[in-house]
Design a protein around this ligand. Structure first.
Ligand SMILES: Cc1cc2nc3c(=O)[nH]c(=O)nc-3n(C[C@H](O)[C@H](O)[C@H](O)COP(=O)(O)OP(=O)(O)OC[C@H]3O[C@@H](n4cnc5c(N)ncnc54)[C@H](O)[C@@H]3O)c2cc1C
Ligand code: SF4
Ligand code: SF4
Length: 1013
């Protein structure tokens, strides 16, 4: 076998590998086309299908799998979050994903400030663990919410504050590794290596000999900048980095493994050096008249010893100011109209030290000819808000529509600070020459400015990539910088390793690889013996990339556009040439950055939070859809792998809000289900649930019959056996006194507020609608209760937003309902009335899906005037118009769980705001994701467990911990049901709609008034 070539097994070999693995390991062995497809990409432009995937249960599984692979001569590829930008984690190998199970903290020494962790632990999870001890691991990569410590070590990752703390290599004390031949050893200091097994002692001796032999080549060719992460760290033997790898200058063999991209050994655990959490921070925002001046001044600013100096250029400032939420924050940091700003952070143990540094910064800028250019920010909240804007600016840039995308290949070249200004200037001209442009941001402190030129890899992107790379690399060489200063080599830059380090060191790297991994089974093709960066056969979107034609049910034309990289303009909707009408391009917005793996606040992604499976992750779903549209599962888009991947998506719309590129999986699921039900039909149970608005009026007339399932012994079990509805659930109960059957509901053609009462509120909880009417009228508003228009074909059937039809993929039926709504509400909208609703998932359909149904202006106008009742009241309150008499309640605290759609549309803050109008009521939001009920999802026997586990992540523990007299508030019908079900065993808690709390306070005010009369 030629060891240089990646090994590709034929079908029989795959089967043999899978069979052997299934016998040897307890973890999941995934060899189906969809799983392999989901692991064929990372955050790079590449795509290579792995031979198979193993999600090991523990380290023994990894050992057993590596044994099998060795025997079958199959390559092994370690993977954490797969957020690498250079293609490090794609390859024709057995991919071993350690992020699900291998993520424990093994040891923590508070005094020594060290921690030993398994490779799958995520940085944010580690820092959450350390925070109570006043410590943190300070390599603060932007992907901290998903990046694993194993992956960070693999790539020698670097954070925004590397000027103060260094890269991974400066913070790893030891690595417990497994070599390809199965030998395990702890790689650390020379003294630690003395106790290693003979195979490793011999290895170390030969490595040292290479180090000694190559001393002059190391000194001549390893860039002296701190931000150098390419090649192997052979400079451990003769330190070249401007920041020494170890504090005492001694040799640490773990540092040879750091940055080796899984090509030398498997990392079993890592011992990390921790830092104290800074007690105080201050931020100075320096405003510059030109990007050039900003870059020129960076070298002087770093002499003040800041902990970060981050650039935000004019384009990003503009993008951020375009967002109403960010505008005031950005404006607070600007002086006039700067072309660039540098966010300069100082830290210290007392508040004085950073404040003094800010004074120094102000004085320095005056000396440099820019007096009055610094905005001082000492308030922690303001600082955090600005850092968030800096992150969001990048996200906006990445959400560019069209086939031209910002491509990462020279994104992290590092040049010495004295050359930074010239480098930026010249590279900008190079981009212009090649008909593109880039937006500059990030780490000015260490000469690593991020920039991604916009290229279309389906057309001429590869040629431009090569041409720009050649010119950029020539400049990097001229300035004695590092071609890879942060993101590593992978597929895009391994070709450049020999160029950067010279032929002698490249040969030495080959020797290093052979000493560790003579059979070349560890992540072949990275760092040594690489493929070409522009080998189009490895691209995710190669030239000529085509997708299946699809007649979509929803309107995706806004994505079906082309962009002009120079002018930053988009062509008209529908002109992008997507045979799937823009749906394929919407799916392709996922760039695999993996942010949906986060576990912090926010909603995205509840099913992943429960399963930790790539399949049940927004990214996994987008990739599955992309593969289906590319015909990888056959000619039929409505294929089983997509159905399976979407099965646990609860359509919470968390991704719509939290995904940096706005991937809206809930909407994509509707589109898919439309095609699925047309191809495969809809089971009777799903059809019955979807069409509930049509039969609900009859059920309400005979509620005893409709509710029989929960009153007749054995009926629930029967419903599980026949219809798949979980017997562990009760169903919502139909009420005879449906709100819309009330006799004298206000009908007012000049009303301020048009109350839309949805199916759930009307039939299951009509008292909520009565409470809303009471509150609105108590505040003095004229209210009209929405009814079907006079021309409606079913004038006696209540209006409906179509949500249940959408959930079943019955888009045509949903459109019929939407038309009825538009006909009934249109005249009120035309005269400026506000449409007010109670159930978030129903009301917000008017602001979301209605806009994708082809109703044009009418739907647009309705969407702009449709508000949840609390949003309406909060708006009125902000405008100083709200006159709502509210008195204090016996309860002193309200705990609010926001419905996912409420959160996705930023509609939770108004709920909190209006509840706070109740005198002496303390109002807190529960940091929860989806409640897990999600329409009919949680009622289904097949989903019951997942549903309850979602609720147990945060919501139910918070509710159980609340004092008995705390009001539990939840606007969603299903959320309230889930809370009641989930607390059944411990003194059932009944949550209420926010408007019920307000109605109680109104009644209290009335009775106070009555008492004083
Ligand atoms: C939007 C965005 C922003 C980013 N920002 C930064 C940033 O600020 N700083 C930065 O440095 N990087 C950044 N990156 C790159 C990337 O997120 C980091 O390199 C991250 O640390 C990778 O972690 P991961 O868990 O995704 O590793 P993966 O991508 O899964 O793996 C990284 C490498 O480590 C190897 N590896 C993983 N586990 C093991 C193991 N157990 N044994 C041996 N080898 C292993 C893999 O084979 C691979 O070569 C960014 C990427 C994106 C998409
Ligand atoms: S779905 Fe969004 S957050 Fe997840 S990887 Fe794709 S782009 Fe990133
Ligand atoms: S809609 Fe919710 S469950 Fe579905 S992918 Fe998005 S975040 Fe995950």
């Amino acid at each position: 076998m030629n060891a240089a070539q990646p090994i590709v097994l034929h079908a029989r070999g795959d089967t043999e590998l899978a069979r052997r693995l299934r016998k040897a390991v307890a973890g999941s062995v995934l060899f189906d086309a969809a799983s392999r497809g989901r692991y064929s990409t990372d955050a790079s432009i590449y795509q290579i299908e792995p031979l198979g995937v193993l999600v090991p249960s523990n380290d023994d599984d990894v050992a057993a799998a590596m044994d099998v692979c060795r025997e079958l001569r199959v390559p092994v590829l370690a993977r954490g979050a797969g957020s690498s930008q250079c293609g490090q984690t794609v390859g024709a190998a057995l991919v071993i994903d350690h992020s699900k199970h291998i993520r424990r903290v093994l040891d923590f020494d508070r005094d020594a400030m060290t921690v030993t962790v398994e490779p799958g632990l995520v940085l944010d999870a580690l820092n959450a663990y350390l925070r109570p001890h006043g410590l943190w691991f300070p390599v603060d990569v932007s992907t901290s919410a998903q990046a694993t410590l194993g992956g960070m070590a693999g790539n020698n990752s670097c954070g925004s504050r590397s000027i103060a703390y260094g890269n991974m290599v400066h913070n790893v004390c030891a690595i417990d590794a497994r070599l390809a031949d199965g030998t395990t050893a702890r790689f650390g200091t020379a003294a630690e290596m003395a106790g290693a097994p003979p195979r490793v002692r011999e290895l170390v001796g030969r490595l040292a000999a290479i180090g000694a032999r190559e001393r002059d080549a190391i000194e001549a060719n390893v860039p002296k900048v701190m931000r150098r992460v390419g090649g192997y760290n052979v400079d451990v033997f003769h330190p070249q980095s401007e920041r020494p790898y170890t504090r005492d200058g001694t040799l640490n063999y773990a540092h040879l493994l750091v940055g080796s991209e899984g090509t030398l050994a498997w990392t079993r655990s890592l011992t990390l050096q921790l830092a104290r959490l800074p007690a105080h921070r201050a931020l100075g925002v320096v405003n510059f008249p030109s990007l050039y001046r900003a870059m020129e001044c960076a070298q002087s600013i770093v002499k003040l010893a800041p902990s970060a100096v981050e650039l935000v250029d004019r384009t990003m400032i503009g993008l951020a100011r375009g967002n109403p939420a960010f505008r005031p924050i950005v404006d607070g940091a600007l002086i006039g109209e700067p072309e660039a700003i540098l966010l300069t952070e100082f830290i210290g143990d007392s508040s004085d030290a950073p404040a003094r540094k800010l004074d120094d910064l102000v004085a320095l800028m005056a000396d440099l000819g820019l007096p009055g250019s610094v905005v001082r920010m000492t308030d922690a909240g303001a600082q955090k808000a600005l850092w968030d804007v800096r992150k969001a600016g990048l996200n906006i840039m990445m959400s560019m529509r069209g086939d031209g995308k910002p491509v990462s290949f020279i994104e992290d070249c590092a040049v010495p600070l004295e050359h930074l200004a010239q480098y930026v200037d010249r590279l900008t001209q190079v981009f212009a020459k090649h008909g593109t442009r880039g937006t500059w941001y990030a780490h000015a402190s260490v000469g690593t400015l991020h920039v991604r030129p916009i290229l279309d890899m389906r057309r001429d992107g590869a040629a431009k990539m090569r041409a720009i790379a050649e010119e950029a690399s020539a400049m990097v060489r001229e300035y004695k910088g590092a071609y890879s200063g942060e993101h590593g080599d992978g597929l895009v830059r391994s070709e450049w390793v020999a160029w950067q380090f010279g032929p002698r060191l490249a040969r030495a790297f080959d020797e290093v690889k052979d000493l560790f991994d003579p059979d070349r089974l560890m992540n072949p093709g990275k760092i040594v013996r690489p493929t070409k960066m522009d080998d189009a056969s490895l691209f995710r979107y190669p030239p000529g990339y085509r997708t299946l034609p699809l007649a979509t049910a929803l309107d995706w034309s806004a994505w079906n556009v082309d962009n002009d990289p120079v002018t930053d303009t988009l062509t008209a909707p529908g002109t992008g040439g997507d045979p799937a009408g823009g749906f394929a391009k919407a799916v392709e917005m996922c760039n695999n950055n993996g942010h949906c793996r986060k576990f912090d606040a926010g909603t995205m992604c509840p099913s992943y939070r429960v399963t930790r499976d790539e399949e049940h992750l927004t990214r996994g779903r987008a990739n599955t859809l992309r593969l289906a549209l590319a015909g990888r599962f056959g000619d039929d888009f409505a294929s089983e792998p997509v159905r399976a991947a979407l099965d646990l998506c609860v359509s919470c719309k968390g991704c719509r809000r939290d995904c940096p590129t706005g991937v809206d999986m809930a909407k994509m699921k509707i589109e898919f289900l439309y095609h699925w039900q047309r191809a495969h039909g809809l089971p009777l149970k799903d059809r019955a649930i979807a069409s509930m608005p049509r039969w609900a009026p009859w059920a309400a007339r005979l509620p005893w019959l409709a509710n029989l399932r929960d009153t007749m012994p054995g009926a629930a079990q029967l419903s599980e056996a026949i219809a798949g509805l979980s017997a562990k659930r009760t169903l919502p109960r139909f009420r005879r006194d449906a709100f819309l059957r009330d006799g004298a509901l206000p009908q007012d053609s000049a009303a301020d507020a048009v109350l839309f009462v949805d199916t759930f509120t009307n039939y299951f909880e009509p008292d909520n609608a009565r409470a809303a009417l009471d509150v609105l009228q108590a505040a003095g508003y004229r209210v009209h209760v929405a009814r079907p228009s006079a021309q409606d074909a079913e004038p006696s059937r209540p209006l409906c937003c179509g949500r249940t039809f959408l959930a079943g993929g019955l888009v045509d039926d949903a459109k019929r309902e939407a038309r009825r709504m538009l006909a009934a509400l249109g005249p009120h909208v035309e005269r400026g009335a506000t449409v007010v609703g109670l159930e978030p998932s129903c009301l917000l359909t008017l602001r979301d899906e209605f806009l994708s149904m082809g109703f044009g202006e009418a739907a647009q106008r309705l969407s702009q005037q449709a508000l949840l009742v609390e949003e309406f009241l909060a708006r009125e309150s902000r405008a100083g118009r709200l006159r709502l008499p509210l008195a204090r309640l016996p309860q002193k605290r309200a705990l609010v769980h926001g419905h996912c759609h409420q959160k996705a549309f930023d509609a939770i803050a108004p709920t909190l705001a209006v509840l706070k109008l109740v005198p002496d009521l303390a109002v807190d939001a529960i940091e929860s994701s989806c409640c897990g009920m999600a329409g009919s999802f949680g009622y289904e026997a097949a989903h019951y467990d997942v549903s309850m586990r979602m609720a147990e992540l945060a919501l139910l523990p918070a509710v159980r911990a609340a004092a008995a007299d705390t009001l539990i508030v939840a606007d969603g019908t299903s959320c309230r049901h889930q809370i009641a079900d989930g607390t059944r065993a411990n003194g059932r808690r009944q949550a209420m709609h926010a408007v019920q709390v307000l109605a109680r306070a109104v009644r209290a005010a009335r009775s106070n008034e009555g008492a004083t009369r």
